[in-house]
Design a protein around this ligand. Sequence first.
Ligand SMILES: [Zn+2]
Length: 491
Amino acid sequence: MAEYVVSVGMEVHAELMTESKMFCRCPVAFGGMPNTRTCPVCLGLPGTLPVPNERAVDMVMKAALALNCTVPTDSVFHRKNYFYPDQPKGYQVSQYGDTNPIGYNGYLEIPTSDGGTKQIKIRRVHLEEDTGKLMHFPGGGSGVDYNRAGVPLMEIVTEFPPDIESSEEAREYMVQLRAILIYIGVCDGKLEQGSMRCEPNISVRPKGSETYGTKSELKNLNSFKSVQLGIEFEAKRQSELLEKGETLLQETRGWNEQTQSSYPMRVKESEADYRYFPCPDLIPMHFTDEKIQSVRESLPELPLAKQRRYEKEFGLSSYDAGVLVSEQYWAHFFEETIKQGGEAKAICNWMNGEFARLLNETGQVGTVDGLAVEDKPGSKIRPAHLIELVSLIESGKISGKIAKTVFEECFGTGKMPSAVVEEQGLTVINDSSAIDAVVQQVLAANPTQVAQFKEGKESLIGFFVGQVMRQTEGRADPKTVQDALRAALRE
Ligand SMILES: [Zn+2]
C-alpha cells in the first residue's frame, strides 16, 4: 500500500459562559424541560427585535486575542439563511467574510514531543447564535427543543491548507484550545455535554502529492479520545478506498462510540448557498484601539506558557507540568502551595497522584480551590495540608505508605496531617528493640522459610520484610527492618 498523509482542518464551536442568550434575556443552562427557556425573541416571532449581549462580544474578542488574531475595528452580524427546524427564524445570526469576524489570521501553539511548539494557523474566530435541538422519539415522530436556540456560540476555524498533520496533533489542538478557553473564562469546555464541539474535516493524499484529497467532516466526537480515534479511523478508511482505486465522496459522517467507527450521514453535493447579508436588525459594531488594548491586557498567563515556565522554574517533566496546568484551579492550587513554602516536585507528585485520585473517586474534580474558600463544597485539602504532609515524610516521622492513609483521612475530614498521625499513632517505628522483637516473632513463626533462606534462597528476605511490615501495620522503618532481619538470620 502506498503511503498516505493526513490533513485535518478543525472547526470548533464553543458555547459562551454568559448568563443570558445572545439577543434576549433567556437564561443559559444545560438540560431542563424542553422549551422552558424561550421567549418571543429567540423563538423568532414577528415584531421582536434582538439586543446583542455585550459580554458575549467581549468574550469572543478575548478568545480572538488569546489566539493571536487580528481584531478589526469594524465588525457586523450577518444572517445565514437556511430553512431547517433547528432554528425558528429561517436564518441564523452569524458573521461572514474574511476580515469581518471579531478575530482573524491568528494561531494556536501546540507542544511537540521535543519540547518545542508548533503553530496551528487560525483563519477566524466569530460569534453566532446556537440552534435548537431536534429530538426523534423512540415511538415515532420528532420534536424540537429551543432552549439552546440563541445561546451565544463562538466558532473557531483553522486555516487552509491545514497545519494539523496527525490525529495526535488534532487531539493536542483540542486540549490546548479547551485549556485556553477555560483559562480566559469564556467556555466551560465540557466536550461530553456539548458546550464545546469539534467537527474536524479530514483528507488523505499520497505522500509527496501537492493536491489535497476529498475531505469528510466528522461529527459526534465528545471526548479528546474520540477526536483522535475518529481521525485515525477516517484516515485509514479513506486510504484503503483510494488504494482500491475508488473515488471518495465529500460527505459528513458521524462517529459511533460503541463500534469505534464512522458512518455516512449526508453527502455534500455542492456548497449550500446561505445568501449571507448583514442583519438589518443589528447595528454594526465598532471597536476602538483602547477597547482592544484593554481586553488584551486582561488576558492571564496562558496554559502552554505556564507549562513551559513550570518545567524551567521547578524542573518538572513536561508531562507533570502539563497535568498541573490542564485545569486552571489545579495550577492555581499548585502555585498557592509553592508560594506558602511547598517543595515543587513533592507537591506536584502528591497533587497529580493521590490528590487527583481521591478527587476523581469522589467525583469532586473541579471543586477544589487553592484559595482558602472554606465554605465551598468539595475537598477539604488546603495547601497547608500538603506542605505539612511532605515535611512529615521528609523528616522520617511517617513512611510514604502511611502518608497515603494520613492523606485520605485529611481529605475526608480536613484535619491536619500531624493531628491524624498523633491521634492514630502512625509514626514510624525505628526503635530497633521494638523491631527486633517483631523480627524474632516472624522468624519463629516461619521455620521452613528460615531454613530455606539459610540454604541460600536469599530472595526470601522480601517475604520476611513483608511479614514484619504487616505485623507493624506498615509503620516500621523498612531500612531498620532489613538490617534487623539480616542480623537475626546470620545467627
Ligand atoms: Zn429568549
